[in-house]
Design a protein. Structure first.
Length: 333
């Protein structure tokens, strides 16, 4: 028979193992930080707004962030002098307005911007598109989503950074909480994954409408009649060359602006469907009112061919094939 002392030792060991097992179970139950996670809350990291990665929830629940990629940082950007290179993390985590212009910070900004933009194209299904014969990545294409700030990039939280996860967290930040629909989230996918389908929430689409006199354009909800729906942005110098940008800034002509329309039109079969109605619908390529050689972004919209007298109906054209679209007579026309 075991002695009382031995029984006591066995009881203490059993209790200790139970604590370890319980602790391990809790650790394993902690949400995993990975691409595809939806995050319910926002936090502050050295003053910057970041996803609170302790608040990961199913994507069918209201959430503010959708993490769509984690990208390893190059050693040259990560390497620091302090323990776990926390000094370099502090430099990278500062908000842009508070950051310095050190070579490390500049390299980080360029790397994160490019990598997260490319990952966003893959997450939303826009990576397969071509603009003027060039890839979405080559022209820095950004899908249009109203009330969604993306790409939004931050560095890994301190705890994970200390553990050696020196990564950029690429996410989309929602200005208001959103939730996926049960019927479209069998594998708990993000809303980003249905961005090229008719299932994407119409309130997250971006549209423009005229005022009552049909003179001035303004952003409007796609739930009401509108004259155009914004599809995506791209960089003109990367798609069409620096010489084209220089010429359209210094000597703008209708022919050059028509060229912007033509380039946007090439994308309509990819976003609306190959059978879209070419007779009633057309693409518009537009630029900022004060376009300069520094601001080279083009926005691509779709709208009625007769946009002076007609509007698109409520809803979105993306993924619908654009067939039998019931255009509406514009108010006051």
């Amino acid at each position: 028979m075991p002695s009382a002392a031995r029984i006591g030792r066995l009881m203490r060991l059993t209790a200790a193992l139970a604590v370890i097992a319980a602790t391990g179970a809790c650790a394993n139950d902690a949400p995993e930080i990975k691409a595809g996670a939806c995050v319910a809350k926002e936090a502050r990291d050295l003053g910057d707004r970041v996803p609170d990665l302790t608040s990961i929830v199913p994507c069918t629940e209201p959430h503010i962030y959708e993490v769509y990629a984690l990208v390893d940082l190059p050693p040259a950007i990560v390497r620091g002098t302090g323990p776990s290179w926390m000094d370099s993390r502090e430099e990278l985590a500062l908000p842009s307005e508070a950051a310095n212009d050190s070579p490390r910070r500049q390299a980080y900004e360029e790397f994160a911007e490019q990598e997260c933009a490319t990952a966003l194209q893959r997450a939303t299904g826009y990576a397969s598109m071509r603009v003027n014969g060039k890839s979405a990545e080559a022209v820095r294409l950004i899908p249009a989503m109203r009330g969604v700030e993306a790409p939004w990039y931050t560095v890994m939280p301190e705890e994970q950074w200390r553990d050696g996860r020196h990564q950029v967290v690429c996410s989309a930040r929602m200005k208001a909480p959103v939730a996926g629909q049960e019927q479209h989230t069998g594998d708990d996918p993000q809303l980003l994954t249905i961005a090229r389908t008719p299932d994407f929430p119409v309130p997250l689409r971006s549209c423009r409408g005229y005022d009552a006199e049909r003179r001035n354009l303004a952003e409007v909800s796609c739930d009401r009649p509108h004259v155009s729906e914004l599809l995506f942005f791209y960089e003109a110098d990367l798609a069409m060359g620096k010489e084209f940008v220089r010429s359209i800034v210094t000597k703008p002509t209708p022919t050059k602006f028509n060229r912007l329309d033509q380039v946007c039109a090439q994308a309509l079969p990819h976003l609306l469907g190959k059978g879209y109605d070419k007779k009633d619908l057309r693409a518009f390529g537009s630029v900022a009112r004060r376009w300069t050689q520094q601001n080279k972004t083009v926005r691509c919209d779709v709208g009625p061919e007769n946009f002076a007298e007609q509007d698109l109906p409520p809803g979105s054209l993306v993924g619908t094939n654009g067939v039998n679209v019931k255009l509406q007579k514009a108010a006051g026309s």
